[in-house]
Write a protein of this length. Structure first.
Ligand code: HEM
Length: 374
């Protein structure tokens, strides 16, 4: 389904889109009134009723709270390639066994990591439908589990670690499946991510530009060395997720604004332990002492803008372009934005197109100037 046809089908829903989902000048300018709008939105209210989980009040908050102490995963607990999901499970914001569901995911991403309700709901619905069992409403955050029943005739219950479904080649800090364990952080790649930041900005602080350059380097390295290299279309979403390192996994200061994302400030949350001399090893992800959730929820318009930064860079600098961009148009952000959004929309299983959460997601896209006219 192309974005333009989806737009037509959802035209009515768009006019009713809550004002909090319109593209703000920048999320940091959210007013108290806009935050109340988010809480009053139909999506938020319906999730509150359906989930019976505590309502998340957005804003800066010390994480973890007393109810969510760190506990290293046991031998039967499932963990996977996503540092965000792993850290939430290690603190019990997600079930510690690594088997979760739409409501728990949607709540935990807001409560522990400060994502907005629209982005959380979209990621949760997509995870359960692409890699879990949407009828049972279960998915694992890693490999398959007998706790997630297989759908007849489907391969979709392999967990979010299923290769080339959600889990892809050329990840920022994970090696390709072809080379071995593709779930755990690789210390050399973690170090390279910050070296790239030094190349781009002169200091070891991640920026949206340095993440764009590093994503492109990782893509080119995998394409050159991995004989089984494949970049599946859903990988386009990770051009956005790469920015989680800057926007939500790093602690905020007392005013709720993210602190600089450095090797040291990110290490514990993403499971990197320093061995000295630029060497790192993987340990279970853990919120460090004095970690504060962002005061400004990370929502779809903002993450999509960040994805377009990375995609435009890749499209203009990569010898092999990930998504079949027309090189003559690659420097046109409108063209790149439309390619991105059409690819992203095509990942949504058509059976889900009518359900509330997905309509909410797609309706938010129309508020973003870059996506109008796609
Ligand atoms: C339902 C929600 C989510 C799902 C299904 C999910 C799934 C995944 C998967 C499959 C990967 C591996 C991608 C690859 O192979 O390159 C990944 C990577 C990643 N995820 Fe998530 N994720 C979710 C939410 C989050 C959240 C809330 C955060 C942080 C706030 C996050 C941060 C990251 C980061 C930074 C990476 C890149 C890891 C790397 O390669 O360095 N994710 N995620």
């Amino acid at each position: 389904m192309k974005f333009s046809s989806l737009l037509g089908a959802l035209a009515l829903a768009f006019t009713a889109a809550p004002s909090a989902f319109a593209f703000p000048a920048y999320m940091k300018d959210l007013t108290a009134e806009q935050i109340r709008d988010v809480q009053d939105s139909p999506l938020y209210q319906s999730l509150k009723e359906k989930r019976q989980l505590p309502l998340v009040v957005p804003g800066v908050k010390k994480i973890p709270d007393a109810d969510h102490p760190f506990q290293a995963p046991g031998p039967d607990d499932i963990r996977g390639p996503c540092p965000g999901l792993n850290v939430m499970a290690n603190h019990g914001y997600l079930s510690r066994d690594g088997v979760t569901n739409t409501a728990e995911l949607t709540w935990a991403m807001q409560e522990a990591l400060g994502l907005g309700p629209g982005l959380s709901a979209f990621l949760a619905v997509l995870a359960v439908s692409v890699d879990g069992n949407p009828l049972a409403d279960k998915v694992t955050i890693g490999g398959p589990s007998p706790k997630v029943p297989t759908l007849l005739g489907s391969k979709s219950t392999g967990g979010i670690g299923r290769h080339n479904a959600y889990e892809i080649d050329s990840s920022l800090t994970r090696q390709d499946k072809y080379f071995g364990n593709n779930f755990v952080l690789q210390g050399d790649l973690y170090e390279q991510m910050f070296k790239t930041a030094e190349d781009v900005t002169g200091e070891g602080v991640l920026t949206h530009q340095s993440q764009a350059v590093f994503r492109n380097r990782r893509y080119q390295d995998s394409a050159a060395r991995n004989p089984e290299f494949k970049f599946v279309p859903i990988g386009v979403l990770f051009f956005g997720a790469d920015h989680f390192y800057i926007r939500t996994l790093v602690s905020s200061g007392p005013d709720g604004r993210n602190l600089p994302a450095t090797r040291e400030s990110l290490a514990s949350t993403v499971g990197a332990k320093s061995l000295g001399n630029g060497k790192w090893e993987y340990v279970p992800e853990r919120f460090p002492d004095e970690w504060y959730r962002t005061g400004i929820p990370y929502e779809l318009p903002e993450i999509l803008s960040h994805a377009v930064i990375s995609l435009t860079y890749a499209a203009t600098h990569g010898p092999s372009l990930p998504l079949g961009f027309n090189p003559d148009k690659a420097s046109d952000p409108q063209y790149v934005a439309c390619q991105f959004v059409n690819t992203a929309i095509e990942q949504i299983p058509s059976v889900l197109a009518g359900i509330d959460l997905v309509s909410q997601f797609t309706s938010q896209l129309t508020g973003i100037p870059q996506f109008q006219g796609c």
